[in-house]
Design a protein around this ligand. Structure first.
Ligand code: ZN
Length: 268
């Protein structure tokens, strides 16, 4: 059933070859696939993942995940509206769920479908730490990193044929299966290092716009690095910049983040 659904993507996407510029970081990315199709598929996968998981609701932790996530989402929406880019977010349908799992992990599917695992809460420690995680994950969705990965895979596999419009639906489906493995979770999608760096930067600004203290990102990543040392790499440590680079990048971005934080009423 999913395969049939995927076939619909090619015909629409072939008509558009587009680059998109991230309004917050200024980075350009290749966005060849049709977003509404990706978001539909993502929503299906998200639901199926939640159905197979123990979702926590009603607890203080679960409410905190929803509350912090919603504040970051709203801050992003206000920002996109302020620069006339609200249309970018038109088809997003945000959800923030807490899943019972010992893994130190969190992820976001295209379109704003976010999951946080209970295992990471001792590392986030407080709302600011949680905002670092959720800012990062929300940024993967806002920056269209799923679409970009699909686009990169298409170009790598089919090159100029994409521009010539000669890609068959079966070929599109083939690429989709590689990037979004059918039968597993979209959430397992691996992002590239430059995407991770962009999610760090954008997430830092978004948490600040939402009134969370961006200076907390440095001790958070320190706790994360210490806790995951030698363990399986969680999503946001996979293909990540090395810890020193990550901290240096955050320090570089902090002055701008603190401006957003101050504008949101934060105390410096
Ligand atoms: Zn990430």
């Amino acid at each position: 059933m999913k395969i049939k659904h995927i076939f619909g993507i090619g015909a629409i996407a072939l008509t558009v070859v587009a680059c998109t510029t991230n309004p917050i970081t200024g980075r350009s990315s290749l966005q060849l696939a049709n977003n509404s199709e990706i978001l539909t598929m993502s929503a299906q996968e998200y639901k199926s993942t939640l159905d197979k998981s123990k979702v926590i609701s009603g607890t203080a932790d679960a409410k905190r995940v929803v509350n912090v996530g919603s504040r970051i989402k709203s801050a992003a929406e206000r920002y996109y509206q302020s620069i006339g880019r609200s249309a970018d977010l038109a088809n997003y349908s945000w959800e923030f769920n807490l899943i019972q799992s010992n893994e130190l992990n969190a992820w976001c599917m295209p379109g704003g479908k976010v999951a946080v695992y209970t295992g990471i809460l001792p590392i986030t420690k407080n709302e600011n730490g949680l905002a670092v995680v959720l800012g990062h994950e929300v940024s993967h969705a806002l920056a269209g990193h799923g679409n970009e990965r699909i686009s990169q895979a298409m170009v790598a596999q089919y090159g100029g044929a994409i521009l010539g419009g000669t890609i068959s639906n079966a070929q599109w489906a083939n690429v989709f299966e590689k990037v979004y493995p059918i039968g597993s979770q979209v959430a397992l999608l691996k992002y590239g290092r430059n995407q991770e760096s962009e999610a760090d930067e954008m997430g830092l600004y978004l948490m600040s716009m939402a009134g969370f203290d961006p200076r907390e990102a440095i001790p958070f990543w320190g706790r994360m690095e210490a806790a995951s040392n030698g363990a399986r790499q969680p999503e946001f440590l996979s293909t990540h910049p090395n810890p020193e680079t990550r901290i240096a990048d955050i320090n570089k971005d902090l002055p701008k983040a603190l401006e957003y934080y101050r504008a949101a009423g934060g105390k410096i």
